[in-house]
Each structure stands twice: as structure tokens, then as C-alpha cells.
Design a protein around this ligand. Structure first.
Ligand code: WAQ
Ligand code: MG
Length: 255
């Protein structure tokens, strides 16, 4: 029998709750078997109170059982790396990679214009037509959130990634998210860099080539990050948003 799975979600803020003056500090989510549930809740509380963006004073943790019939799986996209030394080198590499995947020049320029004009990080991602560069999300600070995904087998994942020197929370969360996004209905590519001030690595993801890790994509100390999901022309945004937000996806390790 497959063990019962639980979704554990945490979000934290400083100076009040989200929406009533609080500044977002961190969020995290895992899908864990019942025997790892309590340990996971504790790990998340700790993470919210030791985050480099600040020590959260408002923390929400949400736990829910997952029904087996609601679970989909997708493969972990393969990792490749582009070594860059500066923000401008990194962004140039990202643009080149997006064009190689098939995103139009207009859409690449539009995406960088949107992300580079942000003065504070959005909570979610911008959704953009990969042909016209038109922004398809509601243009609010929230954007489209990708949620309800994790590794199918965390121990196997950790073992494999440690071998490649890709251990840690940032790569795991980004790779799992990028895999779910890459397999989303209509996704062409994804562009991301972190909003954690000291985390300068970003990536360009796609089903076509995988997770193109770019070692430096912003200046040290910059707290503004962002994501863009490039989608096929004609993608149903409501359906896309529903997949990103609600579809439970477990990411399988390759051979
Ligand atoms: N769904 C959609 N967009 C999101 C989500 C989500 N669940 N979480 C964050 N974002 C957006 C939001 O605009 C953030 O400001 C931005 O992405 C960056 O999020 O070493 O840490 O969680 O290979 O800060 C990539 C490199 C790290 C990892 C990415 O992103 C590696 C990272 P962060
Ligand atoms: Mg962050």
C-alpha cells in the first residue's frame, strides 16, 4: 500500500500578516509521507525564523492530506550549467538560451523589461505569450503561483544531486518547480532569478533542453527577483493557472 501523503505549506512575514502590512519573508512547501510530517513542520518553523530576508514574526503552516487519485507525475528535467561572472553576462546568456528554445525576440525583450522594472518582488510569476510578448496574467503583485509539487523520492533525489554538487533547498525547490512548469499545458520556457539578496544564481528552464543553470544573474545584495512563464500563443490562462496552483505533481528521478 502506498503511504498516506500530506501537503505541508508554510508562509511567513515580518511586521504583520500578508496583506495587512507584513513584508513577505519566506514560503516553502513539501509533500511528505505521514511518518515525516512532524519533522517537516518543525523544519519549516525554523526556516521562517532564520531566513536571510529577516526573522519572521508571523508564520502560517497548513497541512492537508492528499488523495492518491489527484496525483500526477513528471520527470525531473536534466541540469546543465552556464558559468557567468556578472549580472550582465548572466542575463545575456539567459536571453540567448530563451531564443534557442524558441521564445521570440519580442517576448524575450518584454520579459526582461517587466522583470527589470520591478521595485519589489512579486509573489508569483508573470505569464507571457512566447510569440507576442504580451503579458497574460492579471498584472497584480501576486502573479501565477506554482504549488503542490515535490520530489517523488526525496532521499533518492538528495543522493543524486549531492553527487553533482547541487544539494540544498534552493536548487531542489527550483528544479522541482521548473520540472512541473516545463510539463505544464502550454509552457515553452521559464526564466527565473531569486529574490534572496545573497542568492545570485538563476536559470532558464524548458522541456526541450532542461534546467539551464546560470551561476550569476544579479548583483549580490539585490532583493528583487522574479519569474516568467512563457506560454504558447493561444494558451488558456485560467486552465494554466489552475494546473500551476492546484495540480499535485510528484517529480520522478531519471535513470
Ligand atoms: N510560483 C511562481 N512564482 C514563484 C514561486 C512559485 N511557487 N515562488 C517564487 N516565485 C517567483 C517570485 O516572483 C519570486 O520573487 C521569484 O520567483 C524568485 O523566487 O541554484 O530562489 O524562491 O539552481 O527566490 C534559482 C537557482 C533559485 C537555484 C530561485 O527563487 C539553483 C529562487 P525564489
Ligand atoms: Mg526567495
Amino acid at each position: 500500500m502506498t503511504p498516506l501523503l500530506y501537503s505541508v505549506k508554510m508562509r511567513s512575514s515580518l511586521g504583520g500578516s500578508h496583506g495587512v502590512g507584513g513584508r513577505h519573508i519566506s514560503g516553502a512547501e513539501r509533500i511528505v509521507p505521514e511518518d515525516g510530517l512532524e519533522e517537516q513542520v518543525i523544519a519549516m518553523l525554523r526556516r521562517a525564523r532564520t531566513h536571510e530576508r529577516g526573522r519572521a514574526d508571523f508564520i502560517q503552516v497548513k497541512v492537508g492530506e492528499i488523495k492518491e487519485k489527484d496525483i500526477m507525475t513528471c520527470p525531473l528535467i536534466p541540469v546543465y550549467q552556464m558559468d557567468t561572472r556578472t549580472k550582465s553576462e548572466g542575463r545575456k546568456a539567459a536571453k540567448k538560451e530563451l531564443l534557442r528554445i524558441g521564445v521570440s525576440k519580442a517576448a524575450v525583450e518584454s520579459a526582461f523589461r517587466e522583470l527589470e522594472s520591478l521595485t519589489d518582488s512579486m509573489r508569483g510569476a508573470i505569464v507571457m505569450d512566447a510569440v507576442t510578448g504580451e503579458r497574460l496574467d492579471d498584472r497584480a503583485e501576486r502573479g501565477v503561483r506554482c504549488s503542490n509539487m515535490d520530489c517523488e523520492d526525496t532521499a533518492l533525489y538528495e543522493a543524486r544531486m549531492a553527487e553533482k554538487g547541487l544539494g540544498g533547498d534552493h536548487p531542489r525547490e527550483a528544479l522541482v518547480l521548473a520540472s512541473k512548469v516545463a510539463y505544464g499545458p502550454g509552457t515553452v520556457a521559464e526564466l527565473c532569478w531569486s529574490d534572496d539578496p545573497d542568492y545570485v544564481t538563476g536559470y532558464v528552464g524548458s522541456k526541450k533542453f532542461g534546467y539551464g543553470r546560470i551561476t550569476v544573474m544579479k548583483d549580490m545584495g539585490d532583493p528583487v527577483g522574479g519569474r516568467v512563464f512563457f506560454v504558447e500563443h493561444g494558451t488558456d490562462v485560467a486552465r494554466y493557472d489552475d494546473y500551476m496552483q492546484n495540480q499535485v505533481v510528484l517529480v520522478r528521478m531519471g535513470e
